[in-house]
Design a protein around this ligand. Structure first.
Ligand SMILES: Nc1nc2c(ncn2[C@@H]2O[C@H](COP(=O)(O)OP(=O)(O)OP(=O)(O)O)[C@@H](O)[C@H]2O)c(=O)[nH]1
Ligand SMILES: [Mg+2]
Length: 304
């Protein structure tokens, strides 16, 4: 799937923005009221209050120098401000330190297990050896779900039984990954709300136990966020980051939502690397995050 397809999946988010932007041009050029409308539009597209304000301030400043009289010129200001916000979070650590351990966390149903499978496939296609750990021992059928993905992709899955200690599964998996010398161990975990103290403690225990097997493990704690939840995703990140420290992000379900702008809000507020975005339910529907492709897909009309 090329860029045009990525762009297609972001249609709803783009339509919200581009329709709103073109409607601002009632008069010949933008006035203060139009700028207020622009700010409302950006906020309603989940770009966040702070980032929206910043974009509008930049547009106002530009308008002082020379009037903004076309959709294209306004678009290019928004485009460059969004890229600026996203630039802060573009660095992504390499998968180095065999086995590199990624612990995948997040609230219920955001797409953790599916993303683990997609990410496994992505690195497998890069020629890396991958192993999965079924450390969601909490939800019924969670182990079968990841085992099914593993079988389909011919990737080993280390699992115990439902109700087993998740930290013990993680421990087993890392020991096994070390002995088999795999490049990447991806650990799937149970969905949890930050208010669930026991489950948050369990995450800390998993990281402690991993650290005993391998000093630097987990090398990366990746939080999966569901883009369709908009500003709720921002608060999920805040809570998990406070509780366990989040190193990177995977934003899922960008297909079919008008809330894709939330990525800009998250970048503006947290400056964390966004490693991947999910744009569908199948194993191929994952892209390494690329700020420019994303902003292009969010703002550019079809002819560009
Ligand atoms: N459209 C779309 N659906 C997705 C995407 N990622 C995941 N899903 C769907 O979201 C649902 C939940 O996905 P899971 O991977 O089971 O989510 P989870 O976070 O592991 O859920 P729990 O383990 O119950 O907390 C499934 O129906 C997935 O197919 C995506 O990028 N786009
Ligand atoms: Mg799951």
């Amino acid at each position: 799937m090329g860029f045009s397809n990525f762009r297609d999946r972001l249609t709803k988010s783009r339509q919200t923005l581009t329709r709103g932007i073109s409607q601002l041009f009632r008069g010949a050029e933008l006035d203060d009221e139009d700028f207020d409308d622009l700010e409302d539009l950006l906020i309603s597209a989940d770009i966040g209050v702070a980032a929206s304000h910043r974009i509008v301030e930049a547009a106002k400043k530009e308008a002082k120098n020379k009037s903004i009289s076309s959709v294209e010129s306004l678009n290019s200001i928004i485009h460059s401000e969004m890229l600026g916000a996203l630039a802060a979070c573009k660095t992504v650590a390499e998968i180095a330190g065999r086995p590199y351990v990624m612990l995948v966390v997040g609230v219920n149903g955001v797409g953790k297990t599916t993303s683990v499978a997609k990410i496994a496939k992505y690195f497998q296609q890069q020629g890396k050896s991958v192993m999965l750990a079924a450390a969601d021992t909490f939800r019924a059928a969670a182990i079968e779900q990841i085992q099914t993905w593993g079988q389909r992709m011919e990737i080993p899955v280390i699992a115990q039984h439902q109700g087993a200690d998740a930290a013990a599964v993680a421990h087993d998996a890392l020991t096994s990954a070390k002995s088999r010398n795999v490049d990447l161990l991806l650990i799937d975990t149970a969905g949890r709300q930050h208010t669930h103290i026991d489950l948050m403690q369990q995450l800390k225990k998993i990281t402690r136990v991993l650290g005993k097997v391998e000093e630097k493990a987990p090398h990366e704690i990746m939080q999966v966020l569901d883009a369709t939840t908009g500003q709720n995703a921002v608060s999920q990140l805040k809570h998990f980051n406070e509780a366990v420290g989040v190193d990177s992000l995977c934003l899922t379900k960008l297909d079919g939502t008008a809330k894709g702008g939330v990525i800009v809000a998250i970048a503006h507020e947290f400056q964390l690397p966004i490693r991947f975005v999910g744009i569908g339910e199948s194993a191929e529907d994952l892209r390494p995050f690329d700020a420019k492709s994303f902003v292009d897909a969010l703002l550019m009309p079809a002819s560009k």
